[in-house]
Design a protein around this ligand. Sequence first.
Ligand code: NAD
Ligand code: UGA
Length: 446
Amino acid sequence: MSRVSVIGAGYVGLVTGVCLAEKGHDVTVVESDANKLARIRAGEAPFHEAGLSELLTRHNGRAFRATASVEDAVSDTELTLIAVGTPFDGKTIDLTAVLTACDEVGRAMRRAGRYHVVVVKSTVVPGTTVGPVRERLIAASGLEAGSGFGLGANPEFLTEGQAIDDFMHPDRIVIGGIDERTLGALETLYTGFAGVPIIRTNPSTAEMIKYASNSLLAAMISFSNEIADLCSAIGGIDALDVMRGVHASAYLTVPSTNGVRLQAPIASFLEAGCGFGGSCLPKDVSALVAHGRARGVEMGMLDETMSINRMRPARVIEHLKRGVGSLNGKRVAVLGLAFKPDTDDVRESPAFPIITKLLEEGATVSAHDPIANEPARRVLGNAPVRFADSLSDAVAGADAVVVVTRWKQFAALSELVARMSPAPLVFDGRRMLDRAAFPRYDGIGL
Ligand code: NAD
Ligand code: UGA
């Protein structure tokens, strides 16, 4: 059992905290947002994530506690995971929150006066842990890295919507440490994950593994979108059929015991759509490109991955205009505001640029998400968008309907549209619907 503190109770920090408690560790989570902290302390999950409330209820006040005090957390524990946000500010990764946390942890280590291991779990560009993080910790603690404190990087690979399951059953655990003592402390932390491959390396390599992993996923999505656009331009080719053929490759399938080849999960990133969003893929790819440029390495492929992604909303608008003509005065229902299904996270959701473009074109927009209407309303502020509480309310009277997020609830659209006269154009931005079920259907890659 390790006594561990986690700085930042966001998607990664809170999930990590409750899951490590479930694995038998003693966990103190530190959160600086008073409102979020109060909700966590009351046993209430501050965001939607399957299974989070249950684990919080089970461990809160027992193996898991939340505090605002970094000092208390560090003095009660032997290892600290830093899991605060690392946004991209348009030019470079913004390390303000990470370095502020380092200052606080460093000062707390100085007061505790004993060896402590500090591990960066946030996604940070390669060189950050042994560079600015190490410097700030030394300055704040007055201790030497290695002899006075341990230092490591332990990137997180969970995906929102299935974060608890991903953390409890990871595909890999990547631990980077400056020395054996740090790596040993991290191995102890992860002893409860028998059978999971542990990649033991230095901190910068661990950081790079995280960026390379997300960049690969983003590149595959943009690749699929580029192919889909060409299919649409040529005509008579459905990108969905093309990708089905590509997915069948032995490179992308594994043989099962009964001889049938099963699709490898990576194929789920070879699906054309209206673009990747979220708090990670766009910011991580942009940060890596900027990091490369600062070191004289032009990351052309990843730069283009982002350019293709930025063009997705315009492609959706082109398709809509092809279907209904000018959008001026047309009523358009936008379905799906979360950046992906099963989450209420709307950060960098493709729905926002699509809605903005629709409004610029003079359309009247109604929007609906099964659980993310409120967070989306906060982002859109005073924009003239009508938020509908139900799918049927959202599409009532619509000239066109755009599916942006692959929520399974949207399968009910066929029945709703069947009762509408005239039928709206249904534009399937995720190719998730049965096209034969709609009188007027268009989609990405058609
Ligand atoms: P988040 O914004 O949801 O959470 C960060 C939390 O840290 C916030 O609640 C904030 O109030 C708190 N915080 C900031 N500074 C603090 C401080 N000094 N003391 C205490 N609390 C502080 O962010 P997130 O989505 O959990 O992402 C965190 C990191 O993990 C990022 O680097 C991200 O790239 C990476 N990551 C995220 C995911 C994901 O799915 N969200 C997956 C893998 C990796
Ligand atoms: C992603 C990675 O999948 C995780 O492995 C990683 O840990 C995480 O980023 C992170 O570093 O934070 P996440 O952003 O939660 O996870 O969600 P994804 O399932 O990867 O989806 C990202 C976006 O890509 C969504 O907007 C989704 O709709 C889009 N997408 C996904 C596509 O447009 N096409 C696809 O084929 C797949």
